[in-house]
Design a protein around this ligand. Structure first.
Ligand code: NAD
Ligand code: UD1
Length: 338
């Protein structure tokens, strides 16, 4: 099947191209490069040994999207495009609502006008808020999101569910990602955050490579085994493979389906620091800082539904995640810029 990846030049999208190619799918990528660069697509093309059709366009541009659907025989869309920085979303709520919601409205409208009714949407564990139950299953109620970014994910889940309800020919798969880290084993593509990283792993790798003096650990007084926050880290290549499995659900005409994509294991901040140091033989100096506003103590999933229904489960452990994150960072100390 030919798959359109919106936001396909980004971190998760670029890795997903490789998994789709392995499974025999072809891709078309549309991205406005607001948080990425075409170099990632060029490198993926090198890895898979094939050219990748790339359109530099904004998903909010209705004419551009219509022309993509008219030019290619798209069977399904994987919708990665969106702004994702939590802190920035608090400072710039309008930009986040405008980009994430409008891009999805324009996309879904273009899909409908062109008879493409299969979509996989990048959602997030953030929709569970402070989870009612741990490990989190898909039947856990959604919770209160503390920031505009998370609210856009939660709202868009509702929008897409309603689209599917109104027209049952639609197949909508909502994938709730836990915490993607790691990079492709080639070390050629990986996460390339702009400015100071918000997330734990890119911060650790930038400390290890000497770009930042130390990691701040946000709180050691949570109700967790060592007091630091516990999360379900998942290797980005496993996450990418989850999208290929989700396409099987679409091929089976799943209607609306929701899956957690995580490993089911929780690791604390200090567990990750220690694993990173041990696997890579580098030091990660850190100091304890106050809690970060909006953070929760523990978040990990029960991934049994994806295994039972999609035959998907994560293969990589925390060691491989740490090894591959470092392999990417040390080979590309300034990301794609050099
Ligand atoms: P990313 O920023 O690397 O990729 C998103 C891509 O979308 C970027 O290349 C950006 O240029 C593009 N984009 C943004 N707005 C666009 C628009 N209007 N038109 C065209 N392109 C646009 O982020 P990622 O980590 O690869 O995340 C992919 C998706 O998964 C996002 O929707 C994100 O919110 C979601 N997600 C990510 C995480 C995570 O931890 N990385 C966790 C849960 C969910
Ligand atoms: C963040 C987002 C969440 C998003 C998720 C996956 C916030 C508040 N939430 O969640 O919406 O779905 O990423 O992309 O940003 N930590 C440190 N020092 C750091 C960075 C992080 O101690 O410099 C800690 C955090 O307190 C947390 C853990 O590391 O306990 C993981 O943090 P992070 O990588 O930002 O992910 P989440 O908080 O799970």
């Amino acid at each position: 099947m030919q798959i359109l990846l919106t936001g396909g030049a980004g971190y998760i999208g670029s890795h997903t191209i490789i998994e789709l190619d392995k499974a025999g799918h072809s891709v078309v990528v549309v991205d406005n490069l607001s948080n990425s660069c075409e170099e990632s697509v060029r490198r993926v093309s090198e890895i898979i040994g094939k050219p990748i059709p790339f359109i530099k366009a904004d998903v909010r541009d209705a004419a551009a999207m219509d022309s993509i659907f008219k030019s290619y025989k798209i069977g399904a869309v994987i919708h990665f495009a969106g702004l994702k920085a939590v802190g920035e979303s608090v400072a710039k709520p309008l930009e986040y609502y405008e980009n994430n919601l409008n891009a999805t409205f324009v996309l879904v409208n273009a899909m409908r006008n062109n008879g493409v009714k299969n979509i996989i949407f990048s959602s997030s564990a953030t929709v569970y808020g402070n989870p009612a139950v741990i490990p989190i299953t898909e039947s856990c109620p959604k919770g209160e999101c503390t920031n505009p970014y998370g609210k856009t994910k939660s709202m868009l889940e509702e929008v897409l569910s309603d689209v599917q309800k109104a027209d049952p020919e639609w197949n909508v798969v909502l994938l709730r990602y836990f915490n993607p880290i790691g990079a492709h084993q080639s070390g050629r593509i990986g996460e390339n955050p702009n400015g100071i990283p918000n997330n734990l792993m890119p911060y650790i790798t930038q400390v290890a490579v000497g770009r930042r003096p130390e990691l701040g650990v946000f709180g050691n007084d949570y109700d967790t085994p060592d007091g630091t926050g516990v999360r379900d880290y998942i290797h980005v290549c496993d996450l990418a493979a989850g999208h290929v499995s989700a396409l099987q659900a679409i091929e089976r005409k799943c209607g609306l389906a929701i899956y957690n994509l995580g490993t089911g294991h929780g690791y604390s901040v200090l567990d990750v620091v220690k694993a990173f140091e041990k696997v890579n033989g580098v030091k990660v100096p850190y100091s304890i800082k106050p809690r970060r506003a909006g953070d929760i103590a523990t978040c990990y999933c029960n991934p049994a539904k994806a295994k039972a229904e999609l035959g998907w489960e994560a293969k990589f452990g925390i060691e491989e995640m740490c090894r591959d994150s470092w392999n990417w960072q040390k080979n590309n100390p300034k990301g794609y810029e050099g």
